[in-house]
Ligand binder design. Structure first.
Ligand code: NAP
Length: 487
C-alpha cells in the first residue's frame, strides 16, 4: 500500500511560506515512514531558522489585510476550506492512516472532528462581542472591543495530525490572526494536505504558513524569541511545554498549552457495568492509547472489581490488531521504535513492582511497532505505571474502597487534563465532578471532546482552552476604551 492511493494534489513534498510551496534553503529533507509497515512514504523539506524567519515575515505582512476583512468574509473562506476538507475526507483519512497508523474508521472520524472546528469558528468569528460598562462618572463612557492578538505560532504533535492543527488555525483565522504552523516531523503530510486545501479555498498568501523541520528546538526558539509572534499555541508533552513557557517569558507571549495527562477512569460500585466497560475500551484503546485524554489509570471499586475485570478482558480480547488500512482493524501500531520500547519497559517494570498480567503484555506479531492490548491488575498509585503517561494500549487497574480514596488517588498527580467516572448516583455525580482537579470530566462517558466545548487542562496539563467561544477569546485581546468629556 502506498501514497499512490491518495489524490496526488494532496500529497505535498514542500513547506508553504508566503503563498509559495518551497524547499529548505539547504535542500535537506526528512523521510516519513508508515509505522504499520516501516515503508518510507516520502519526504518533506527539513527547514530551519532561516525559513522560520521567512514564515514569520510572511505572516506579519499578511496580518493587516487579513485582520481588516469583515468577520463574515473570513467566515466565507473558512467555510470554503471546510467544504473542501469534507469533499476530500477519504483521501485525508487514508493519508493519515499511512503516516500515523490509526485505523481508517478513526482517521475518518478525526477528519470530521478536525473539520468541525473550522465550521464552528467560521460561525463563531462573527460573534466576537465587545462590552459597554456602566460608567463611574456622568461625563465618561466605558467600553471594550475585541481585537485579534496578531501573528500566532502553532506547534503540534503527531497523535492527531489533522485536528490538533485545525483546532488552532480555525480560531486564529476567525479572530483575524495570521499563523506559522510547525507540525510534527512524524506526520507532516496531513498538515500539508490541509494547507493545500486552504490555498484552494482562497485563503490569502501568508495567512497560513507551514514549516516542516526535524530541528524542532531551533524552530521553537525562533518562534518564541521573535517579538512579532504575540501568541504561541502548543500541543505536546509537558516537558516541551514547560520549555516553551520559559522561552516565551522574554517576549511575554500569550500562551495556550495543551500538554500531557494522566487520566483516571473511575468505576463506582453502582455503575452501569456494560457502559463502563464500553467507555473504558474506547477511552483507553482508541489511537492505540496515544491520546492525551486516554484513560491512564482505571480505578475500580471493590464490589464491582472482579466483574469489571472479567468483562473488560473479554472486550479487550475482541480488539483486532493490524494495519489500519484493513477494514477489520481496531488497533493500529504505535508511532515509532522509542514509543514501543518505552511501553514494553513500563509493562515489565509494573510486573516487577507487583502488578499481575490479565491479557497481552508483549509486542504483537502484526509488526515491529504493534503492542498487544494489555490489562494489568493489582496496580497501586505508587507504581511507576500509575504516575507516568503510558501513551500505549496498556490498561492498569487500581482497586479502591470508597469515594474519598478514589478522589485522593485520582488527584495524586501533577497532571490535570481529563478524568472520567461511572456512577448512577446523582449526588455522587456532583460531589466527584467537583472534587476532581481536572479541566474536563467525562461522566458516564468515555469520549468528551468536540468543537462546542472548552477543551483543556489545569495544573501541569496546561492552560487555555480550545473549542467553544473560549477558544476564540484565546486569540483575541480586550481593548478598553475610555471616553471622557461627555456633556
Ligand atoms: P512533543 O515531543 O512535545 O512534541 C510536540 C511538538 O513539539 C512536535 O511538533 C515536536 O516536533 C515539537 N517539539 C519537540 N521539541 C521541541 C522544542 N524543544 N521546541 C519546540 N518544539 C518542540 O510531544 P509528542 O510526543 O509529539 O506528543 C505527545 C504528547 O502530546 C503527549 O504528552 C500528549 O499527552 C500530548 N498531547 C496533548 C494534547 C492536549 O490537548 N492536551 C493533545 C494531544 C497530545 P517533532 O515531533 O518534529 O520533534
Amino acid at each position: 500500500m502506498s501514497m499512490n492511493l491518495v489524490n496526488r494534489t494532496l500529497v505535498k513534498n514542500a513547506g508553504h511560506i508566503a503563498g509559495e510551496w518551497c524547499q529548505a534553503d539547504s535542500g535537506a529533507t526528512i523521510a516519513v515512514y508508515n509505522p504499520a509497515t516501516g515503508e518510507p512514504l516520502g519526504q518533506v523539506p527539513d527547514m530551519g531558522v532561516i525559513e522560520t524567519r521567512a514564515a514569520i515575515d510572511a505572516a506579519s505582512q499578511a496580518l493587516a489585510g487579513w485582520s481588516a476583512l469583515a468577520p463574515k468574509e473570513r467566515a466565507r473562506l473558512l467555510r470554503a476550506w471546510y467544504d473542501l476538507i469534507i469533499e476530500h475526507k477519504e483521501d485525508l483519512a487514508l493519508l493519515m492512516t499511512l503516516e500515523q497508523g490509526k485505523p481508517l474508521f478513526e482517521t475518518r472520524g478525526e477528519v470530521m472532528y478536525g473539520a468541525s472546528y473550522i465550521e464552528w469558528y467560521a460561525e463563531e468569528g462573527k460573534r466576537a462581542y465587545g462590552k459597554v460598562f456602566a460608567a463611574p462618572t456622568a461625563d465618561k463612557r466605558a467600553l471594550s472591543i475585541q481585537q485579534p492578538i496578531g501573528v500566532v505560532a502553532a506547534i503540534t504533535p503527531w497523535n492527531f495530525p489533522n485536528a490538533m492543527i485545525t483546532r488552532k488555525i480555525a480560531p486564529a483565522l476567525a479572530a483575524g490572526c495570521t499563523i506559522v504552523v510547525k507540525p510534527s516531523e512524524e506526520t507532516p503530510f496531513s498538515a500539508l494536505a490541509l494547507m493545500a486545501l486552504a490555498e484552494q479555498a482562497g485563503i490569502p498568501a501568508g495567512v497560513i504558513n507551514m514549516i516542516t523541520s526535524s530541528q524542532a528546538a531551533a524552530v521553537g526558539r525562533v518562534l518564541t524569541d521573535d517579538s512579532r509572534i504575540r501568541k504561541l499555541s502548543f500541543t505536546g508533552s509537558t516537558r516541551v511545554g514547560k520549555l516553551l513557557y520559559a522561552q516565551s517569558a522574554e517576549t511575554v507571549k500569550k500562551l495556550s498549552l495543551e500538554l500531557g495527562g494522566n487520566a483516571p477512569f473511575i468505576v463506582f460500585d453502582d455503575a452501569d457495568l456494560d457502559a463502563a466497560v464500553a467507555g473504558a475500551v474506547i477511552s483507553k484503546f482508541r489511537n492505540a492509547g496515544q491520546t492525551c485524554v486516554c484513560a491512564n489509570r482505571i480505578l475500580v471499586q471493590d464490589g464491582i472489581h472482579d466483574a469489571f475485570v472479567a468483562r473488560f478482558k473479554a472486550a479487550v480480547e475482541q480488539l483486532v490488531v493490524g494495519n489500519g488500512l484493513n477494514d477489520a482493524t481496531t488497533l493500529g501500531p504505535v508511532i515509532n521504535q522509542a514509543a514501543i520500547d518505552k511501553i514494553a519497559g513500563m509493562v515489565d517494570t509494573a510486573q516487577s513492582q507487583g502488578a499481575s498480567l490479565v491479557t497481552g503484555g508483549q509486542r504483537h506479531e502484526a509488526g515491529a511497532l504493534f503492542f498487544a492490548p494489555t490489562i494489568l491488575t493489582g496496580v497501586t498509585q505508587q507504581m511507576d505505571i500509575a504516575r507516568q503517561e503510558i501513551f500505549g494500549p496498556v490498561a492498569p487497574i487500581i482497586r479502591f474502597k470508597d469515594d474519598a480514596e478514589a478522589i485522593n488517588i485520582a488527584n495524586d498527580t501533577p497532571y490535570g487534563l481529563a478524568a472520567y467516572f461511572y456512577t448512577e448516583s446523582h449526588s455522587r455525580i456532583w460531589k466527584v465532578a467537583e472534587a476532581l482537579e481536572y479541566g474536563m470530566v467525562g461522566i458516564n462517558e468515555g469520549i468528551l471532546s468536540n468543537e462546542i466545548a472548552p477543551f483543556g487542562g489545569v495544573k501541569e496539563s496546561g492552560q487555555g482552552r480550545e473549542g467553544s467561544s473560549q477558544g476564540l477569546e484565546d486569540y483575541m485581546e480586550t481593548k478598553y476604551l475610555c471616553m471622557g468629556g461627555i456633556r
